[in-house]
Design a protein around this ligand. Structure first.
Ligand SMILES: Nc1ncnc2c1ncn2[C@@H]1O[C@H](COP(=O)(O)OP(=O)(O)OP(=O)(O)O)[C@@H](O)[C@H]1O
Ligand SMILES: [Mg+2]
Length: 293
C-alpha cells in the first residue's frame, strides 16, 4: 500500500501573543491509499482545524501536510470535502445536477463529460432521478447525499468528511454510513472522517485515531479488525465491536487500561459518548478558571 496522506509535526495556533490559542499540537500520522480512517476527539479539540490544514484551507503555523508525496500549500485539485451542514454547502438556486457539476467547471472537461460524471455520482448515491430538482425540494438526508455525490464527482484522491452525518436522523445516518462504506470500497478511495460518534467511528472505519482534548494530540491509533462486510444490527452486536467502542470511549475519557472488566464495563455504559468527555473538559476548564481568580 502507498501512503496517500502524511501529516508531520503539524501545529496550528490561532491569533498571536497572549491571546494565541494552540488548536493543534505536534500531530503526526499517515493514511494509506484506500484506507477509511476516522478521527474522534472532544468538542473544540482541533479536529476541524486539522481537516482545514489538510485541505489547504488554512496554512498551519508549522509542520507539513503532503498528499501522495506532494506538499499541500493550497487546496489540492484532487481533494474533496463534505461538511456537516448540507443546507449551507449546496447552492439553492442551482439544480441538484448543476450543484454536483459545479466544482468540475474548473477541470479540463467538456460539458458532456461534466454531465456524465455528475449523473454517475448521483447514481452511486441512489439519486439518479432527482437531478432536475432543487436542493430545497429534497429531505435533509437526500441533500447530504447530493453533497457526497458532488465530492465523488471530482474523483478525489482523498475525501475529507467533517461530521458529515451529524445533522440527519438516526435512520438516515445508518444509511449514509453504509453508503460511504460502499462507495469507498467500490472506488477504492481514501477517506478521512471526523465524527463525534464513537460507535460510528468504529462501524465506518478501518482505523480510529483518538485525539486528546485541546490542543489535539494523538492518544491512540486503533486498527478496526471487523470484517469488511458490515451490518448495522449484527456488526454493532458483535463482541469485537462492543470491545472496541469501549476502548475508544475509555481513551476519550482519559483512562488507562486496567483490566478487561473495565473495558467491558465501559462498553456497557450506554451513555458513554463524547458529551461526557466534553462535560469533564468543561469542568476542568471551569476549575482552572476559578483557581486563577
Ligand atoms: N478561526 C478561528 N479563530 C480563532 N480560534 C478558532 C478559529 N477556529 C477555531 N478556533 C478555536 O480552535 C479550537 C479548535 O477548534 P476546532 O473547530 O478545530 O475544534 P473541533 O474539534 O472541530 O470542535 P467541534 O467538535 O466542536 O467541531 C477551538 O477552541 C476554537 O474556538
Ligand atoms: Mg469541528
Amino acid at each position: 500500500m502507498s501512503t496517500m496522506l502524511e501529516v508531520s509535526g503539524l501545529n496550528h495556533r490561532y491569533g498571536a501573543g497572549e491571546k494565541a490559542h494552540v488548536a493543534v499540537n505536534d500531530l503526526s500520522f499517515t493514511v494509506e491509499a484506500g484506507q477509511l480512517a476516522s478521527i474522534v476527539g472532544p468538542s473544540g479539540c482541533g479536529k476541524s482545524t486539522l481537516l482545514r490544514c489538510i485541505a489547504g484551507l488554512i496554512k498551519p503555523s508549522s509542520g507539513r501536510v503532503s498528499l501522495h508525496g506532494d506538499d499541500v500549500s493550497g487546496v489540492p485539485e484532487d481533494l474533496a470535502v463534505v461538511f456537516q451542514d448540507y443546507s449551507r454547502s449546496l447552492f439553492p438556486w442551482l439544480s441538484v445536477a448543476k450543484n454536483v457539476e459545479f466544482p468540475l467547471r474548473w477541470r479540463n472537461l467538456s460539458r458532456s463529460e461534466r454531465r456524465t460524471r455528475a449523473q454517475e455520482a448521483l447514481e452511486s448515491v441512489g439519486l439518479s432521478g432527482v437531478g432536475s430538482k432543487f436542493p430545497w425540494q429534497l429531505s435533509g438526508g437526500m441533500q447530504q447525499r447530493v453533497s457526497i455525490a458532488r465530492a465523488l464527482a471530482s474523483r478525489p484522491a482523498l475525501l475529507l468528511m467533517d461530521e458529515p452525518f451529524a445533522s440527519v436522523d438516526a435512520q438516515t445516518r445508518f444509511e449514509l454510513e453504509d453508503l460511504t462504506r460502499r462507495v469507498q470500497r467500490e472506488n477504492g478511495s481514501t477517506v478521512l472522517v471526523v465524527t463525534h460518534d464513537i460507535d460510528e467511528s468504529v462501524y465506518l472505519s478501518d482505523r480510529v485515531l483518538v485525539l486528546s482534548k485541546s490542543p489535539a494530540t494523538i492518544v491512540a491509533d486503533l486498527p478496526v479488525g471487523l470484517p469488511a462486510e458490515r451490518n448495522q444490527i449484527t456488526t454493532r452486536e458483535s463482541t469485537e465491536f462492543v470491545t472496541l467502542r469501549g476502548e475508544v470511549a475509555r481513551l476519550l475519557h482519559g483512562g488507562a487500561p486496567e483490566n478487561a472488566a473495565a473495558v467491558t464495563a465501559a462498553s456497557d455504559a450506554a451513555e458513554w459518548d463524547l458529551a461526557r468527555a466534553d462535560a469533564e473538559a468543561t469542568a476542568d476548564a471551569d476549575a482552572e478558571a476559578r483557581s486563577k481568580h
